[in-house]
Design a protein around this ligand. Structure first.
Ligand code: FAD
Length: 160
């Protein structure tokens, strides 16, 4: 089985888009990620999966904390910035939640403490114990088959 076939198959799983943020010695680092899942209600746990080449990997290992920011439909540019797809930009404003940096305007900001980590193949899974949540109204940014989408766009396609 080749890599393209695996990527294409995984790309048929439509997801939202998050930016994972963490902070080490006063420096905030962010990375776009859609490998995110809720794990447990009691205690409240989530999981993220970070590639072994991502610079944020060692930063989360150091800080032992991360935030998951679920992006709104108007935040495609933010996603592209933190995926390294947009080099020229105005800069990003971070809010603070429970003392941790979070992305302004995200639909949900979820701060976590790392409760465990597992190296699996070329990724590391971090289980995060949720410490605080902030929720905003709005529609999500979506990612499907390698493209950004919006619920509005899908509704237009469906009504044609
Ligand atoms: P870097 O290359 O260090 O940073 C990424 C970009 O963010 C750089 O351009 C950097 O300038 C910018 N940036 C970082 N911090 C700041 C800051 N404080 N202010 C302004 N800009 C900043 N990879 C995974 O490992 N797991 C996933 O689940 C995952 N899902 C993805 C989903 C989507 C939709 C996309 C598009 C990509 C995904 N990726 C995922 C790939 C990942 O986002 C990129 O490979 C990323 O560039 C690697 O992160 P890094 O820590 O090495 O980031």
């Amino acid at each position: 089985m080749d890599d393209r076939q695996f990527r294409n198959a995984m790309g048929t799983f439509a997801t939202g888009v998050t930016v994972i943020t963490t902070e080490v010695e006063g420096e905030v680092h962010g990375m776009t990620a859609n490998a995110f899942m809720s794990v447990s209600l009691n205690p409240k746990l989530v999981v993220i999966s970070i590639g072994d080449k991502a610079r944020i990997l060692n930063k989360i290992k150091q800080s032992k904390t991360f935030s998951v920011n679920i992006l709104a439909e108007n935040q495609q540019e933010i996603s592209m910035i933190f995926a390294g797809q947009l080099k020229e930009h105005r800069g990003v404003v971070f809010d603070r939640l429970a003392g941790q940096p979070v992305v302004s305007g995200a639909l949900a900001q979820v701060t976590c403490e790392v409760s465990s980590e597992y190296v699996e193949g070329d990724h590391t899974l971090f289980i995060g114990k949720v410490t605080e949540i902030n929720l905003e109204d709005g529609d999500p940014l979506l990612f499907y088959k390698g493209r950004y989408r919006s619920l509005q766009e899908e509704a237009t396609v469906a009504s044609k």
